[in-house]
Design a protein around this ligand. Sequence first.
Ligand code: TLP
Length: 346
Amino acid sequence: MKIIDLRSDTVTLPTTVMREAIYCAELGDDVFGEDPTTNRLEKMAAERVGKEAAMLVASGTMGNLVCILTHCARGEEAILGDQSHTFPYEAGGISALGGIHPHTVRNQPDGTMRLEDIKTSIRGNNVHFPRTRLICLENTHNRCNGAAMTPEYTDAVVALSKERGLSVHLDGARVFNAAVALGIDVRELTRGVDSLSFCLSKGLSAPVGSVVCGTSDFIAEARRTRKVLGGGMRQAGIIAAAGIVALQQMVDRIEEDHKNARRLAEGIAHIHGLSIDLASVQTNIIYFDVVTDRLKAEKLVTELGKRGIKLLCVGPSRLRMVTHYGISSEDIDLALAALAEIMANV
Ligand code: TLP
């Protein structure tokens, strides 16, 4: 049976070119700074997002953790969206390992936090309060329908942070999806932030890895934090080699994933018993709801699973599908046909 895996873009497998690049990668000990392939990826990544320096890490979770731990000391506070990946999905790492106090601000459906809400959550100078140090953004916003935040919004948050002497970290796990969806250079989304982390292993299809970027001083300090976390990876060029191919060859094709997501969403909108907000579909992540009492979302996952189609159940009636390099437009047709058939029979 053909498997159509729409659970996440994390399931993407490396391309043939990546596998060849991994095989041929020139290697050294990266903890000594001597892995030529990792050095090449880091230079390329920094240039690509308009920062002075970059550093390869094992995952998006590690990227956010390294950056937030580098920005904040124990007892200091990071402002972040209540729907941000870092808050519910990173095992509380910033608190568990860094003693950092998360101060959540409500995410609007478009993934933004209102500037007013951010302003009121910044602490005054009072012995009772933790010190606010950092504001975290996420672009695209995973839990908010994969929404792409604009450069204007990002710049406004950055301006506020500067006014108040704070730093901004961007969880840019899918920042290239945002840039492609908005039709802009990724640097417009990263220019003001003090640090960002982007993933090689999601829409860009590399098997492992994320890259954190910032000033040379920030990255020098982040290397120490990564070491503390056990993230010094020695012959990391094995990973970086695929990352280089990801940056060179896999960014522009993301457009195709967005088209497939749109087609999938439009198809779902026509299926009786399912409901989707088409206006919210901007990138490769779509959320939709089962709106009939006769079927639970979990049961729909089971039924689709029997037909080789995988997706995520994220609530009693809510489901998520993500398009990526491993999904063709024919796969979208097959998934829609299976959904229509199941829903016609409930
Ligand atoms: N997201 C995963 C799951 O954890 C939900 C997914 O399938 O979408 N930031 C954002 C915005 C993310 O969506 C993710 C992964 C991460 C960070 C963490 O990346 P990894 O999985 O590499 O640690």
